[in-house]
Design a protein around this ligand. Structure first.
Ligand code: URA
Length: 211
């Protein structure tokens, strides 16, 4: 079986902002702002090979053929709730994109993903899905979301996460070897509660100030 790629985004600006974001003394407001900025930088990296088409435009001096993307063909698929933290930054860079939502929670005992919400745009077979989940920890939620998403037959799927654990990458690719993962860092391991080490804590709680 061919295992899909793991792309670690090395851009210094992204790595710098990730360092700031990881610090435990960052406020909720600061966390949100940094994650927004990071999402914009990640959007730039993950859309690197997006197809373009030439259109005819008029510059002040002459007519030319110039490339544009068809943003509407992109669907950002948010895994709730922490995935929301990446959405606005991504939309700032690709404003025409559509948005789908997958609601999953992690059963605290089994650490398995349980689905409670699923809503996608129409005509998914014409669209490229970019799944947003900041923390690829056990990989269970992302794998369950992608399994469900595949039933809609999007043209392509890729996963964007801020941090990944080696265990999560392995578990995710065991189920979805065809889906590339784009991440800002692969951390050391998971702890016994399924948190990424060194990580940044609970992304949802830090984003929404719920703890
Ligand atoms: N979810 C989080 O928010 N943080 C982790 O470290 C693992 C899962």
């Amino acid at each position: 079986m061919t295992t899909a790629a793991v792309h670690v985004m090395q851009h210094p600006l992204l790595q710098h902002k990730l360092t700031l974001l990881r610090r435990k003394d960052v406020s909720t407001m600061g966390f949100r702002r940094l994650l927004h900025e990071i999402a914009m930088l990640m959007a730039y990296e993950v859309t690197r090979d997006m197809p373009t088409q030439l259109i005819t435009i008029e510059t002040p001096l002459e007519t030319m053929q110039s490339p544009v993307i068809d943003g509407k063909k992109t669907v950002f698929v948010v895994i709730m709730r922490a995935g929301n933290g990446l959405l606005d930054g991504m939309l700032e860079v690709v404003p025409g994109a559509r948005v789908g939502h997958v609601g999953l929670y992690r059963d605290p005992d089994t650490l398995q993903a349980v689905e409670y919400y699923f809503k996608m745009p129409q005509d998914m077979h014409e669209r490229d899905a970019i799944v947003l989940d900041p923390m690829l920890a056990t990989g269970n939620s992302a794998a369950a979301a992608v399994t469900r998403l595949k039933a809609e037959k999007p043209r392509s799927i890729r996963l964007v996460c801020l941090l990944a654990a080696p265990e999560g990458l392995q578990a995710f690719h065991a189920q979805h070897p065809d889906v590339p993962v784009h991440t800002a860092a692969v951390d050391r391991c998971l702890n016994e509660h399924g948190y990424i080490l060194p990580g940044l804590g609970d992304a949802g709680d830090r984003l929404f100030g719920t703890k």
